[in-house]
Design a protein. Structure first.
Length: 202
């Protein structure tokens, strides 16, 4: 089975979260080699149910390498693939990737256009493998704002993976705190309308 340094990093991150009892205290985790990875043991009952990652800093990382910002976005795809594989391998049931916020629409038009193309192409290219790995794919955010090609790729991925029972992968696109609050309010209002939630007066 393929092992990568990123998967080791995921294991180390979880180990640090699970075995650091003082919140906010620095956790010292020894460096790990590929050969040592198999010795890392985490109790299944202590693994988190949900891992969420904000995908930020790819452009800045590329700039520091003397590369164009799109270079960072391209390289992030491999990182995403390995995190998905790592979570599935560890048996973590839920993974959320915050990939593109509403603030990202303010980036240069050429960069936004490239990101939209990259998102759509990646979904299309990786879909078959994700289906084979029993991953169910969800999308949240103001998806109506995305280009039609992206929306078509999203709909295809949703339909193709709807019966999968493995890792539940949620990708947040055009998301914001305001959008989250609005959707939560709408869901509560609908639940009250359907009689599934009774409003209570103070």
């Amino acid at each position: 089975m393929k092992r990568t340094y990123l998967r080791i990093g995921l294991l180390q991150l979880l180990a640090g979260l699970l075995f650091s009892f003082n919140v906010g205290a620095p956790t010292s985790i020894p460096s790990t080699t590929l050969e040592q990875e198999t010795s890392i043991q985490l109790a299944p009952d202590k693994l988190p149910e949900h891992v969420a990652i904000i995908m930020d800093g790819n452009g800045r990382w590329a700039t520091k390498q003397g590369k164009p910002r799109v270079f960072g976005h391209q390289n992030a795809i491999q990182s995403v693939k390995e995190v998905v594989e790592g979570c599935a391998e560890l048996g973590i049931p839920y993974l959320t990737l915050y990939a593109f916020s509403t603030e990202n629409w303010e980036r240069p038009q050429a960069e936004v256009a490239y990101l939209m193309q990259l998102i759509s192409t990646t979904i299309d290219n990786e879909l078959e493998e994700l289906i084979q790995k029993n991953v169910r794919i969800h999308f949240i955010g103001d998806l109506a704002r995305l280009p039609q090609r992206c929306q078509a790729s999203i709909q295809k991925a949703r339909q193709a993976s709807q019966h999968n029972q493995g890792l539940q992968l949620t990708i947040a696109l055009s998301y914001s705190g305001r959008w989250d609050l609005l959707e939560a309010t709408k869901a509560i209002a609908q639940a009250v309308k359907d009689g599934n939630l009774a409003p209570q007066a103070n």
